[in-house]
Design a binder for this molecule. Structure first.
Ligand code: HEM
Length: 238
């Protein structure tokens, strides 16, 4: 039986999959709310079809808003039950060591596209610098999803309130909220495509994918992919 290391708490696993489910539903309903011939991502058939499925645009908006409020409530609930976990996560993702992490990012991108020969050709060692609990790619996406998530939630609440209690004086605030809501969703979504590929499809990350269900990773995976974390676990314990 290989040695295993605890990587995620049950509440971390819950909030990750809860967040992923909310994102999928919010994207599906949000894209359906866009009904403009110049920017419909899937053509006009999708928003029309979705609206008729739920009984009209007003219902679709109410569903999107309801999902958004459930999404925010889920995070409040998580913070209440595992504030320490959230603090650990934030400290890890925002701890960037410029030389080590930028070197990792640059080499990883070259390795994934051109291969090790390209690095050797310019006199660089293809070995990746050691990484901690998260590698720099995971940290970059996590930073974008935290900052983007906050922008999406705050601007979403402003838009929700604008239909109910704001007057004409809030027009500028609401217009900026609409623009920022779209930009933040677009940026996080771009990162999400890479995240899903790296986390769920890339075979070398398979133990990391399984850990999002079991909470644990094998010793050799931790040693190879997250050496600085592995060293810490060895010296300080789990
Ligand atoms: C449904 C598709 C998704 C899959 C298959 C997936 C898969 C995973 C896996 C396997 C991990 C664990 C990585 C590790 O600890 O070794 C992870 C972590 C994480 N996921 Fe996802 N995820 C999905 C959706 C999302 C969404 C929608 C977000 C946020 C917008 C997100 C944000 C994160 C973050 C911040 C982490 C921690 C940092 C990282 O590993 O990148 N995930 N995900």
């Amino acid at each position: 039986m290989p040695k295993l290391h605890k990587r995620h708490d049950k509440s971390d696993i819950f909030i990750h999959w809860f967040n992923a489910a909310c994102w999928i539903l919010l994207l599906l309903t949000g894209v359906g709310l866009i009904q403009h011939p110049a920017i419909d991502p899937f053509g006009s058939g999708y928003p029309e079809g979705l609206r008729s499925l739920v009984g009209g645009g007003a219902n679709l908006l109410a569903i999107h808003e309801g999902l958004g409020l459930i999404w925010i409530a889920g995070f409040v609930f998580y913070l209440l039950i595992n504030f320490r976990g959230a603090r650990f996560f934030l400290a890890e993702i925002f701890a960037v060591s410029p030389a080590r992490d930028m070197g990792w990012m640059l080499k990883k991108m070259v390795l994934m596209t051109l291969g090790p020969k390209a690095l050797k050709a310019v006199g660089m060692d293809p070995e990746l610098p050691d990484q901690g609990y998260y590698n720099m790619g995971q940290k970059a996406f996590a930073q974008a999803s935290v900052v983007g998530g906050i922008v999406i939630a705050v601007t979403g609440v402003i838009m929700y309130l604008s239909d109910r209690s704001f007057g004409a004086e809030a027009t500028v605030l609401v217009s900026w909220s609409i623009a920022l809501h779209f930009i933040a969703v677009g940026l996080v979504f771009a990162g999400l495509l890479v995240h899903v590929y790296m986390a769920a499809i890339s075979p070398e990350e398979r133990p990391g994918f399984k850990s999002m269900f079991t909470g644990v990773v094998p010793d050799d995976y931790a040693k190879h992919h997250h050496r600085l974390w592995w060293n810490k676990v060895k010296t300080e314990g789990e």
